[in-house]
Ligand binder design. Structure first.
Ligand code: GLN
Length: 542
């Protein structure tokens, strides 16, 4: 049990998914930081997987990686981009983890003589995880996002746990926020409150009384609508807040909430002093975003480009880099599979008007040859190229085949019979049989080669960056690559692993085995994304 005065804000979702719960929670976190408070955010996911690491992007979108190597929901990416909260594996909890812990304890004999049950054993473990995040840090607020929609069978233990926490700590230290949908019937142009009423009823049956209702709406709720929701849902009129659709960037959402006093109403709930939230750096970012001086067109070539969220952090990091260069960003998404049968001239047509090309991470064979053909185009045409993880591995394969003359060079992930396995598994990975959580994950130290382009871009001799991969550059080919002009820009010194490559005689050709996109923030854009966009703008002016 928490013995300090940390306050807890639980955010549940009603009516349907995709209402923007993650961004709403992140926005509240940012606003509270603007009032000078220290916050952290936890995501509780009711699925039985231990983590999303083994799920397909079609199921789950991007897998986000924390500094300590947890594979998490992409909402943690929003939490880190919006707030200063340092997230770790403690901030990402799933039903699978909870049951795993309880079952291991049962096998050890910790519950000898007792029947192990959802209440209290599962709920106690959930509560412990919530209390634990504030135990080693003096936090003012812990924000907890409960994944899924109220009414789902699998979220019940989580809801029961937050009900108990309210009982234990009392209203002064706990607040419940419920995000719902107030749809507009288009013909009548009328906002409808019934789905919200039903959702709140469902919540109340579980013993949870919302303090704030965030109503996702197409246009702001009128006072009479707020009064109606308040009457039927047992909250005060002031605590019914519009979560309006906005045009423009998601980074403007905190200001929409600020205008609608989400932060002020939250502070009032806890009887805390109500001053105006101060977010000067965030305001500057939005001002620059709204007043671009240049435009830049970046191609992202991947195999999940039809999904909004599969490359979420990459798209966001590109945008941070664009704003840092006072540029308006257009991302053109290419399905790498569609490029597989293209000849050089077709690629010239397809990439006409593109200022820079990025190949992101990925797994499996599908679309690989399209990525390699794209890289040949970027390399030979002098188009700024940024490769990330699989993107770096493809750049190495491309260079091996077309510059070093290693016919049929490949990664052993795609062809284990290749005569030139320029990307391969380390011995310690070869013996691993389990798929979940066994990759090289999280932050590792990367030391740059003196004089390398990448070290100049960072302005540093070494960095810590996050990883999520199994295969590595095969060191025995290093000399052959360097002789032909592909330089190893950075290594992980402890195991002598290649972290970055670059091409000497190219306007901008940098690829990293790590994922720099996870550390980019709007008010602290990642140097590689910033410089890639700068070079791409320069390319567009040629
Ligand atoms: N499939 C590659 C590997 O496991 C690349 C992974 C990635 O791009 N995240 O090494």
């Amino acid at each position: 049990m928490s013995d300090n005065q940390t306050k807890y804000i639980f955010v549940t979702g009603g009516v349907c998914s995709s209402l923007g719960k993650g961004i709403s929670v992140a926005s509240l976190g940012l606003l509270l930081e603007g009032h000078g408070y220290k916050v952290t955010i936890i995501k509780m996911d009711p699925y039985i997987n231990i983590d999303p690491g083994t799920m397909s992007p079609f199921q789950h979108g991007e897998v986000y990686v924390t500094e300590d190597g947890a594979e998490t929901d992409l909402d943690l990416g929003y939490y880190e981009r919006f707030t200063n909260s340092k997230l770790s594996r403690k901030n990402s909890v799933s039903t699978g983890q909870i049951y795993n812990t309880v079952i291991q304890r049962e096998r050890r004999g910790d519950y000898l003589g007792r029947t192990v049950q959802v209440i209290p054993h599962i709920t106690n473990e959930i509560k412990k995880r919530i209390y634990d995040v504030s135990s080693d840090d003096a936090l003012d607020f812990v924000l907890v996002e409960i994944g899924g929609t109220v009414g789902d069978i699998e979220s019940i233990p989580f809801l029961e746990s937050i009900r108990q926490i309210r009982q234990e700590l009392g209203r002064k230290r706990v607040m419940n926020v419920h995000l719902t949908l107030v749809p507009t019937i288009s013909v009548a142009g009328e906002q409808k409150t019934k789905p919200t009423q039903h959702s709140v009823k469902e919540l109340m049956q579980l013993g949870i009384i919302p303090d704030i209702l965030l109503a996702r709406v197409g246009f702001p709720l009128e006072q009479d609508m707020k009064a109606k929701i308040a009457l039927f849902c047992n909250v005060s009129e002031r605590n019914v807040i519009s979560a309006e659709d906005i045009t423009g960037s998601i980074y403007e959402i905190p200001f929409m909430f600020q205008k609608n006093e989400f932060d002020i109403i939250t502070l009032e709930h806890f009887n805390l002093p109500v001053n105006k939230s101060k977010l000067p750096a965030w305001e500057n970012f939005i001002t620059t975003y709204r007043n671009p001086k240049h435009t830049v067109k970046i191609a992202v070539v991947g195999k999940y480009i039809q999904l909004q969220d599969a490359y979420r952090s990459i798209y966001d990091a590109l945008m941070h880099g664009a704003v840092a260069n006072e540029a308006e960003l257009e991302i053109v998404r290419f399905d790498s599979e569609d490029l597989e049968s293209c000849g050089c001239n077709d690629l010239k047509d397809k990439f006409a008007g593109i200022n820079g090309i990025l190949v992101p991470g990925g797994f499996g064979n599908r679309g690989i040859e399209g990525k390699i053909a794209t890289i040949t185009h970027a390399r030979t045409e002098g188009i700024p190229f940024f490769g990330i993880c699989l993107g770096m591995q493809c750049a190495v394969i491309e260079f091996a085949r077309n510059v070093c003359g290693f016919v049929n060079a490949n990664s052993t992930e795609f062809n284990d019979q290749t005569p030139y396995p320029v990307i391969s598994l380390l011995e310690e990975q070869e013996i691993i049989a389990e798929k979940g959580g066994t990759m090289r994950l999280g932050a590792y130290h990367c030391e740059f080669t003196p004089g390398s382009k990448i070290s100049a871009i960072y302005g540093k001799e070494s960095v810590m960056e996050r990883h999520r991969h199994r295969f590595e550059f095969t060191m025995k080919y290093k000399q052959a690559f360097e002789d032909k002009g592909m330089i190893i820009g950075g290594i992980y010194p402890r195991n002598n692993l290649v972290e970055t490559v670059e091409i000497k005689d190219h306007p901008w050709f940098v690829a990293t085995q790590y994922h720099p996109e996870f550390k980019s923030k709007p008010i602290n854009p990642h140097p590689l994304f910033k410089d890639f966009i700068r070079a791409s703008i320069e390319n567009s002016n040629k």
